[in-house]
Design a binder for this molecule. Structure first.
Ligand code: COA
Length: 179
């Protein structure tokens, strides 16, 4: 796995697969990535608390990355603006990789690219709901229980953040509001 993400915006080959490159999401990738997300998450996607954060919200275009094999979208990650207790932060998700290209580091690389771009854009925290065993090696940790309230039910053990600026999470208290 390439643990040194390239600068946001550049299109570079990944270590995951020689023909796959990671680029900032462009409008022409949107429908194909949505279809991939539908395929890998299934219909339960729309019941998820993360989906509520994404509804009526506008992804942060410079922080969303696609993995392309030729012109085909084979993975991607999106990042959204949120506010918590009046403080701005970011919310990551979905992240998805085509089943035939998994376990080659592509998912990790997409997340690290998004985090690097968020850092470069001056954001302090990336929040998500996900599996700790996957995200912990990528710098994410469980949010102290009770500090944030998501718009819906989520297992507290799955509410994770990465502090891009050390200590930035301390200012985030209360309900998570999209936008
Ligand atoms: C999660 C996902 C993006 C990872 O993509 P990827 O390109 O395979 O990721 P990486 O190659 O960087 O890492 C793969 C490793 O993470 C592990 N992993 C994948 N999903 C995991 C999960 N939900 N919890 C724990 N570990 C997980 C895999 O078992 C694999 O381990 P291995 O290398 O020992 O085989 C991909 O599996 C996917 O699209 N899953 C469906 C969508 C999803 O569940 N997304 C949110 C995850 S919380």
């Amino acid at each position: 796995m390439n643990t040194r993400p390239a600068p946001a915006g550049s299109a570079v080959p990944t270590d995951a697969h020689p023909s796959v490159r990671i680029v900032v999401e462009a409008p022409e990738h949107g429908a194909a990535f949505d279809a991939l997300v539908d395929r890998v998450f299934g219909p339960g996607r729309f019941a998820k608390v993360s989906q509520r954060i994404r509804e009526d919200n506008q992804a942060l275009a410079d922080l969303c990355f696609m993995a392309l094999d030729g012109a085909q979208v084979v993975g991607g990650v999106r990042v959204w603006p949120i506010h918590v207790g009046g403080q701005p932060a970011t919310f990551l998700g979905p992240v998805a990789v085509s089943p035939d290209l998994r376990s080659q580091g592509l998912g990790a690389e997409l997340i690290l690219r998004a985090c690097a771009a968020a850092t470069a854009a001056g954001h302090g925290v990336v929040l998500l709901v996900g599996d700790r065993s996957f995200f912990e090696p990528l710098g994410f940790a469980e949010v102290p229980r009770g500090q944030l309230t998501l718009p819906g039910t989520a297992d507290p053990a799955r509410i994770l953040w990465r502090e891009l600026t050390p200590g930035a999470g301390a200012a985030l208290r209360g309900p998570v509001i999209p936008g």
